[in-house]
Design a protein around this ligand. Structure first.
Ligand SMILES: *[C@@H]1O[C@H](CO)[C@@H](O)[C@H](O)[C@H]1NC(C)=O
Ligand SMILES: *[C@@H]1O[C@H](CO)[C@@H](O)[C@H](O)[C@H]1NC(C)=O
Ligand SMILES: *[C@@H]1O[C@H](CO)[C@@H](O)[C@H](O)[C@H]1NC(C)=O
Length: 273
């Protein structure tokens, strides 16, 4: 076999070709991924052509948290520094898939804070490319719970509470004809995992049915739940608060009498010593 300028030329060509072959595209879904809270999901992301990503940097980012990572892989290692704490222990790459350009992310036990835009960023020595994926989180919360709070400003105070929603739901108080009641402002609380609790107070007047409904609805996830209460009309009785007050006073009175008796008894014992 001849070794001469020709074979050197071929070698050079091959070298040039191999540096160019590092060029790739990052692909994945174009539609949002809808995840149910508590489930495990895969955020698909892969290289085209399907070259190995084992020696590349794989960076998964949530665009709401700039400066930190959802997942960071580089030099064949997971880099834990600067990881967004809410993802700790819940995410991983498929290590056995990296050699064929599959850089999908597995996310376990999806929670409300996971909703957002994710970037799958892949960096080789001389080339990089990325992809944005939208994740929507759906959590159907609890059936509303209604409690009676007692007499308030000439009516009866009711409280409606529901928890565990994502996205934030809307509460509405309705009378028996389905007409909106004017209620207090909704009290919204978001827990550390990003799930919403909503409470709302209302003051109702006596009606011919005394039936009231608290409805919770979340249109994006197409969920709706209702709880109806029926208040006995005696509750609206104006005598009731007086009676209640009387009972309370009586109890207090009794406690005072017992307390006094005990005190006198103690003093007597001391004196008897
Ligand atoms: C890479 O892609 C080619 C065609 O696009 C396919 O035939 C081949 O099986 C893939 N290799 C791996 C390791 O997935
Ligand atoms: C990447 O790997 C995951 C886990 O095995 C698999 O579900 C997914 O289909 C793979 N994606 C591609 C593009 O091969
Ligand atoms: C009832 O009130 C809620 C908010 O207080 C509002 O979003 C809704 O459109 C109202 N519905 C009707 C039928 O007025």
């Amino acid at each position: 076999m001849e070794t001469g300028p020709d074979s050197l030329f071929v070698t050079l060509l091959l070298l040039i070709h191999s540096s160019h072959s590092e060029k790739f595209e990052v692909l994945g879904p174009t539609d949002p991924i809808v995840a149910v809270a508590g489930d495990d999901i895969i955020l698909p992301c892969y290289l085209k052509p399907n070259i190995s990503a084992e020696d590349m940097a794989v960076d998964w980012l949530n665009l709401d948290f700039l400066g930190s990572h959802v997942y960071h892989y580089q030099n064949r290692k997971i880099i834990q520094d600067n990881q967004i704490t809410s993802y700790t222990g819940r995410n991983s790459l498929f290590k056995e898939e990296l050699w064929r350009g599959n850089t999908s992310l597995k996310l376990t036990r999806v929670q409300g804070t996971d909703e957002g835009l994710y970037k799958c960023f892949i960096k080789a020595k001389r080339w990089d490319h990325d992809l944005i994926i939208q994740v929507l989180v759906k959590a159907v919360g609890s059936k509303p719970v209604v409690s009676i709070e007692g007499h308030r400003e000439g009516g009866m105070g009711l409280l409606c509470e529901t928890e565990g929603w994502h996205p934030q739901p809307e509460l509405v108080w309705l009378d028996s004809k389905g007409v909106n009641l004017s209620a207090g402002p909704p009290e919204i609380h978001r827990d550390l995992k990003g799930f919403y609790t909503v409470k709302q107070h209302v003051i109702v007047q006596e009606t011919d049915t005394n039936r009231f409904t608290c409805r919770v609805q979340q249109n994006r996830i197409n969920e709706k739940m209702e709880t109806e209460v029926h208040l006995p009309s005696e509750l609206f009785d104006y005598a009731t608060p007086l009676r209640m007050a009387f009972i309370v006073l009586c109890c207090r009175g009794a406690i005072t009498v017992i307390g006094l008796a005990l005190a006198i008894y103690c003093i007597c014992i001391k004196k008897g010593d």
